[in-house]
Design a protein around this ligand. Structure first.
Ligand code: NAI
Length: 267
């Protein structure tokens, strides 16, 4: 896979999956523009400090991003151990605000990848409330409507990932005419600094059983990065508006329950 001469924006570039993605893209020849609230090391060609929970900070960041832009990987995210409003802002509002500002600047045939989560797999069950939020374009209006739902932070994490999956479909549908593909990638558990929070907030028993189904370990960040690069591949392929689950097969357990046969550990 070559990304020579391609300029790709990566959020969450300072840690975990975002850091691994930025490095993999640079190794594949891309010019990487990293955004994060924490400084990044040497894994970006250009780094912009940006707080995705603050629209003014996103406005300032976008002014510093030069065209052409051939790809956008929205990877930054926070777990449900933070306050619900922060989770909602970073994981959904900020992702959407940045994407909506960058869409007109994207080159034809550019690719967008939004990182959701298998925690968002239940998006069909809450589609009515999700779509009602998706129709509220304004930051403050949408935040106010979310606050009316009185959701706790753990539930908010799942909800934001459901919103990301649906927002991905929406943007795919309105960018199709110029060949811009928009997909989401939904990791299962990944060995990054926020994984311990997920074991606390989502439950050790559930995550242990999913880990067993996936072969006895959680994913490494570069295994998720490779899937993101696949979806960003500038050669393009006939995948658009879809959610790619990248969990080593763990989700099989959720779908088949007792019928699923745990594999022998394989590394
Ligand atoms: P991480 O904590 O290693 O990286 C998240 C990055 O987002 C950090 O660099 C952090 O500074 C940045 N970030 C946080 N708040 C921000 C803000 N206000 N503005 C800008 N940047 C901000 O976590 P990880 O695991 O790499 O997470 C990447 C994505 O993968 C997230 O969207 C997460 O929800 C998702 N994910 C992670 C899983 C896991 O088990 N680690 C499982 C499923 C999804």
């Amino acid at each position: 896979m070559s990304f020579n001469d391609k300029r790709i924006v990566v959020t969450g570039a300072s840690s975990g999956v975002g850091q691994a993605t930025a490095l993999a893209l640079m190794n594949a020849g891309a010019f990487v523009i990293g955004l994060d609230v924490k400084p990044a090391n040497d894994n970006c060609n250009q780094f912009i400090l940006c707080d995705l929970s603050n629209p003014d900070s996103i406005d300032e960041a976008v002014l510093q991003i030069k065209q052409p832009i051939n790809g956008l990987a929205n990877i930054a995210g926070v777990p449900g151990s933070l306050p619900a409003d922060v989770v909602f802002k970073v994981n959904f509002l900020g992702l959407r605000y940045l994407t909506n500002l960058l869409l007109p600047k994207l080159a034809d045939k550019a690719c967008v990848v939004n990182v959701a989560s298998t925690a968002g797999a239940g998006w069909r069950n809450r589609k009515a409330v999700s779509t009602s939020l998706l129709t509220l374009g304004g930051w403050h209006q949408c935040l106010a409507r979310f606050q009316e739902l009185s959701m706790n932070a753990v539930a908010t994490y799942d909800f934001t990932k459901e919103l990301v999956i649906l927002y991905t479909m929406l943007v795919a549908s309105n960018q199709r005419h110029r060949g811009v593909r928009v997909n989401s990638v939904s990791p299962g558990a990944v060995c990054t600094p926020i994984l311990a929070d997920f074991y606390d907030t989502m439950g050790n028993e559930l995550l242990q059983s999913l880990k067993q189904q996936a072969g006895g370990r959680d994913a490494y960040p570069d295994e998720i990065a490779n899937a993101i690069l696949l979806m960003l591949d500038p050669r393009g392929f006939w995948v658009n508006g879809t959610d790619l689950i990248v969990d080593g097969g763990a989700e099989v357990l959720m779908n088949l329950e007792g019928l699923a046969i745990p594999p022998l550990p394989f590394n």
